[in-house]
Design a protein around this ligand. Sequence first.
Ligand code: GUN
Ligand code: ZN
Length: 470
Amino acid sequence: FRVLVGTFVHSKSRSELEYIHDAAVAVDDGGTIVAMARGCENGNAAKDKVLRETGWTHRHVDLVECGEGQFFFPGFIDTHVHASQYPNAGIFGKSTLLDWLEKYTFPLESSLADLAKARKVYTACVRRCLSHGTTTAAYYATVDVPATNLLADLCLSLGQRAFVGRVCMDREELRPRHYGDESAESFLHNTQESIAYIKKIDPGFELISPILTPRFAPSCSSEGMKGLSAIHRREHLPIQTHVSENKGEIQLVADMYPESGSYAEVYDDHGLLTPKTILAHAVHITEKEARLISQRESKVSHCPCSNSSLTSGEARVRWMWEQGIEIGLGTDMSGGYSPSMLEAARQATLTSRHLAMRTEDQALREKTKLTVEEALYLATRGGARCLGLDDKVGGFEVGKQLDAQLIALGLVQDDGSRVGEDEDGHVDAGNVDVFGWETWDERIAKWLYNGDDRNTKKVWVKGRLVHSRR
Ligand code: GUN
Ligand code: ZN
């Protein structure tokens, strides 16, 4: 049993954070929050209240108290990340999507058929993501089944909640000679194999779930996509892919699928636009496509770091929200340069400001800008809703599972030093100095804009401690 005591911060709505001070959360051995005390006089009273409620005794609980300048925050949910591309994070040159795939991405992904290399890359990737507070990730692996299954194994053993997608690509035009599926049959057969493996290691999909992963329309045959749709209807599995990221890509799709009216309609025509579909990017979607995506209740993963790195464009988050589309946030590593969801959230606000700068209409300009609260919603509850996990994670409520991080900011003392500083003036609280007079909204803003993994002291998934910093 575990009891967390202190300040809890989470999204109350899309535009509002809730600060729950002097609170306590009791977590059972299954990782479920079974009691929560709020509005108490102090942390001790809150702790005693949940102990009374659960009937647990002090002796049997692992107590985690947050200190000064610390708070609990829900774990981040990365709705789009290529685990296989981790070694290339930060390497993209001057490329745009299609030549980047050819030059950087396909060679790296195909090299992960070497299982020793895959183990090294995937272990480092999952550990890195956990250290940045990412408790759930929707991963793309590669086309290789054993390496994909290895990623699932590693997520399970390292304790990260994950959707693991075996990448499908069977169209010759958009795959290198030695990387990809030979045919639609192998495309589907290999997908089934990976699904069967995950069913074996995590039968109830408690932590790891398979996700159908047609890479994107240009690399998938009609037959392959229809086959994946049939698997979706039979097994109710989620689907992830890319849409309208880059103008050259959109033209390619129009040439390849002239009978479909638009990029989004290609997926719809193949039965892949479903409430369990998560579409990455959606930078250049038209109003008609947005309406279709909204009607189908498909979700969008906003990937601002990637959209800037690969100069794909600026996705219009506010506009998509107005069309009724649910949106989450993705790092899209290594299209995106960083595994950090805090970085993605920060860039989401900056991208919205770039969009705002391009309009003369004052009211529209103000509306276009995303707030700190909205960016952090995208990184937590928004992502949970996109992945169908909002009954399980994304905030601190009784009945949910404890997927959370303990965040520490550098509290500056009267002599200018920071709490916890050693003789060498060293303190492991990164770049965020708080002076004690800031409001909580201001502290959170400072964390968003100046924070990094040094502020993430502990991370839990399903109640299990999966990362800890000194
Ligand atoms: N479109 C197809 N494959 C990819 C990929 O690996 N990354 C990004 N950003 N877009 C893609
Ligand atoms: Zn991607």
